[in-house]
Design a protein around this ligand. Structure first.
Ligand SMILES: [Zn+2]
Ligand SMILES: [Zn+2]
Length: 364
């Protein structure tokens, strides 16, 4: 019986490749890379994504880059380096003769997720359109470019509905409005501890005017859905309410009560904390910024840097009527929580983790 030819790992070059549970896939014990015989990679990707039909025939690769230093384990010819996707710069080795593919260990997840990565990067790299231009020109609100959430953002929607309902009741009935502001707004003169704790939660759902409400709810709507998706419903709600409480306490701490008591309403503090989380976890997302009539997609860190500078300027100039300290305090808390929870969130969300890698190319 002829001795089977030893198959060398294209990466380590010394260790023989071993068969895996799939006869068309060989694995290296030493470097944990995988070899896919012709076509079996597409099949594996299709199985991972329940889309066998779409991925039958070919891997949707980016451009061929150069001749690889590695040899095909079957044909012994040099393989070719391909970029995984047009907008994802991971390089994989493919054999031009037999269509076999070699994946290093760290590339396996990226390749298996490549249909989702491709869709996400198509969404993220959309150019600003006349619709987004007109929207921002008329409303002064940014358009957001981010991946579509997997779960329905029930908490975000409920928060928006609750805030809007409370505002609507106040508009319809002046008595109700007075009751809401007397009992639910945060008042530094409240002496009953239980009532004060209630106000710390309730003030976040009360808004002083239509523009105050619409501005807050719009930002909650566009960034809350992605954050809720990344964190899960319960954790998102807990962080949102906790941030609102801490933002109020920050405002209270620095408030000069000699000019009368502090009366605080609005979701801005909690939403500013969401800005911090968003900046840390969604480096691939974009928010549009408009200078007079020129609209530009900005990375979250640029967008929120500008937002912070406006708030710092407001705080320093002592302009009244806006809780600058609550905004900045909430934002700082969001940044801190964002860094502390980053590993956990990226572990739970492999797609977000891959979009955080330098290999993801986002055009702005
Ligand atoms: Zn190896
Ligand atoms: Zn080959």
């Amino acid at each position: 019986m002829p001795k089977a030819r030893t198959k060398y790992c294209p990466s380590c070059n010394t260790q023989g490749l071993r068969p895996t549970s799939n006869p068309n896939i060989l694995g290296c014990k030493q470097c944990q890379g995988l070899w896919f015989e012709d076509g079996s990679l597409n099949h594996a990707i299709a199985q991972e994504h329940d889309c066998i039909d779409q991925y039958d025939h070919e891997l949707h690769l980016g451009p061929a880059l150069r001749v690889s230093e590695r040899l095909c384990i079957r044909c012994r010819v040099s393989m070719t380096n391909y970029q995984l996707l047009v907008h994802y710069t991971t390089e994989i080795d493919c054999c031009p003769a037999c269509d076999g593919v070699w994946l290093d260990k760290h590339e396996i997840d990226q390749v298996m997720h490549s249909p989702k990565l491709k869709q996400a990067l198509t969404d993220l790299n959309q150019k600003v359109s006349w619709k987004s231009w007109l929207f921002q020109f008329l409303t002064a609100m940014p358009a957001e470019y981010n991946v579509t959430p997997q779960r329905t953002p029930w908490v975000t929607r409920t928060l928006v509905v609750l805030c809007s309902l409370i505002f609507g009741v106040g508009v319809l009935s002046p008595e109700a409005s007075e009751w809401i502001f007397t009992n639910l707004a945060l008042n530094s003169d409240t002496h009953n501890p239980a009532h004060f704790v209630l106000q710390l939660l309730a003030y976040q759902f009360v808004h002083g005017g239509l523009m105050h409400l619409v501005g807050n709810m719009y930002f909650l709507w566009i960034i809350g859905d992605n954050l809720e998706d990344a964190l899960g419903h319960g954790a998102f709600l807990v962080i949102y309410l906790f941030a609102g409480i801490m933002a109020a306490l920050a405002e209270l701490l620095l408030f000069n009560t000699s000019q009368g008591p502090l009366l605080l309403v609005g979701a801005s503090g909690a939403i500013a904390a969401l800005f911090g989380l968003y900046l840390v976890w969604f480096r691939h997302a974009s928010l549009t910024f408009m200078i007079v009539i020129y609209q530009k997609k900005l990375a979250p860190h640029w967008y929120f840097l500008i937002w912070s500078l406006i708030n710092i300027a407001g705080m320093v100039s002592g302009q009244g009527g806006v809780a600058w300290v609550a905004h900045l305090g909430g934002f700082g808390l969001g940044l801190l929580l964002g860094y502390l929870l980053k590993d956990y969130v990226l572990r739970k969300n492999p797609l977000i983790a891959m979009l955080n890698q330098p290999e993801a190319v986002v055009r702005r």
